[in-house]
Write a new protein. Structure first.
Length: 428
RNA sequence: GUGGGUGUAGCUCAGUCGGUAGAGCACCUGGUUGUGGUCCAGGAUGUCGCGGGUUCAAGUCCCGUCACUCACCCCA
């Protein structure tokens, strides 16, 4: 037991049947992006270390203490990607995607890595579906991006979550706010680590969960009161477009994000039943990031939603699991010749688009029937010596128990008819 | 990095006042020869996380250690 190999700490695995649910969730989160014209981008899972220190920000926890880093034999420094936006922007700049039509609309899905202490819903290898829209600061785009994330959650049946919305201002108005906030925070009674955070990035003190901190924040200055004219108008329009999308939200003036690149619109989807790690998705605008990574001065907005946490949220809401469909037919052959016939039958069915499994290991009929039942198949196709000689199949409906003998070459047409009959029935 | 909780069968867990280990589910076999589910009968399964200590005797008490887990910081 002690020297049993095991998966690395904090890395979730999705085994059947849950793996089918995982894939369904990932597809469900990506589908609304595809419908809105976003195109898939597949990117490296590790990148140059400097991409993150420059892009995400040296002062963030993600970069300062949560990255998996390594050097290769050429002594180049890399990091397993802790988030998706920086990599997308790097790729857009490198390949000049922004020279085409704007905005560039991309989405991605895959694993990300953070070397944190694991807990419920917080993993060292986490899965996200994310998207980025680059090259426009149109507030209608902000609303579209948010609406797409919201749509994904709703399509998957989630209801007990809320969208928290805020704006962080821009390079013109945020510095003034930051000064006011820092002055306020420095007068508070805070522990040393928190005082350091005030210096590094005072905004991040705002969503400290500890009571002793929150109690002192009643009169804290808020960004919303320091917005410049342009940011105020932008935020107003984002909200107007959100209404047009039919999206509900809650203003959360203390909402901040852990990454340095965010500007203006920021948002987070928070689930009510998930415990401490309640964020199922979040994102915002990053109008300075492109330039900071050596590209042109183009604005952008995006989000990442947690595939793992969305799956947990569905479970927490008691939603029916999105299991894998079992094979439609389960073939059973008794004896050597019959087993050859079954192999041919199953292959023919698969070619006709009918999912088919079969019994292996030469077990008896009783055992094979048991296996057929457990597979969840709707039909058992049994061939023994008699059927092999006659060129027929015993086709048994495992739901009703009815059984009939039909010619081998008619099985697929029979089943296709059955399937369309039942589909029509289900559609009514 | 910091704090709490838990480690017993494949899974979920029970195990009293210390007396050498159990249930449910799952699994296997049988209940007629070529027919599953339900039912009945039977069966296999453990380094009680690991190491040490106390004791005639430790799953149970003590110490250490490791793992898992929840929470803080932070984030999806």
């Amino acid at each position: 037991m002690s020297d049993q190999l095991s998966a690395p700490k904090g890395v979730p695995e999705y085994l059947p049947p849950q793996s089918a649910e995982f894939m369904a969730v990932r597809e469900g989160l990506a589908a609304p992006a595809q419908l809105a014209g976003y195109q898939y981008i597949e990117l490296p899972i590790f990148e140059d270390y400097n991409l993150y220190s420059r892009g995400v920000g040296e002062s963030t926890d993600v970069v300062s203490k949560e990255m998996y880093t390594f050097t290769d034999r050429g002594n180049r420094s890399f990091a397993l990607r802790p988030e998706g936006t920086a990599g997308v922007i790097r790729s857009v700049i490198q390949h000049g995607l922004h020279r085409g039509q704007l905005p560039v609309k991309l989405y991605y899905a895959g694993p990300f890595f953070r070397a944190e202490r694991p807990q419920k819903g917080r993993y060292r290898q986490l899965q996200q579906v994310g998207l980025e829209a680059i090259g426009s600061d149109d507030p209608a785009l902000d609303a579209e991006v948010i609406a797409i994330a919201d749509q994904g959650f709703r399509d998957l049946g989630l209801t007990q979550y809320q969208l928290l919305l805020n704006t962080l201002g821009c390079a013109d108005c945020r510095p003034g706010y930051r000064v006011a906030l820092t002055e306020f925070l420095m007068r508070l009674d805070l522990d040393e680590a928190t005082r350091e955070r005030v210096q590094l990035n005072p905004l991040r003190v705002l969503d400290d969960k500890r009571d002793e901190v929150q109690q002192q924040l009643n009169d804290v200055p808020l960004m919303i009161d320091y917005l410049c004219q342009a940011c105020q108008e932008h935020y107003d329009q984002v909200r107007q477009y959100l209404r047009l999308h039919g999206v509900q939200w809650r203003e959360q003036p203390r909402l901040v994000r852990g990454l340095d690149y965010y500007t203006r619109t920021t948002f987070e989807f928070s689930h009510d039943l998930l415990g401490a790690q309640s964020g199922i998705g979040g994102g915002g605008r990053y109008d300075g990031l492109m330039a900071q990574l050596g590209g042109p001065e183009l604005p952008g907005i995006g989000y990442g939603v947690g595939t793992d946490r969305t799956l947990l949220a569905r479970e927490a809401e008691g939603l029916p699991s999105l299991g894998a469909a079992p094979a439609m037919v389960y073939g059973i052959g008794l004896g050597d010749i019959a087993r050859e016939r079954v192999t041919q039958l199953v292959t023919g069915l698969r070619n006709a688009g009918i999912s088919a499994d079969m019994a292996f290991g030469g077990r008896g009929l009783k055992g094979a029937m048991k296996a057929a039942d457990r597979s969840g198949a709707r039909w058992a196709a049994i061939i023994g010596d008699d059927e092999a000689a006659a060129g027929t199949v015993q086709l048994k409906d495992l739901g009703s128990g009815e059984q009939q003998e039909i010619n081998s070459d008619q099985v697929s047409t029979f089943l296709l008819n059955q399937r369309s009959k039942e589909d029509n029935h289900a559609a009514q």
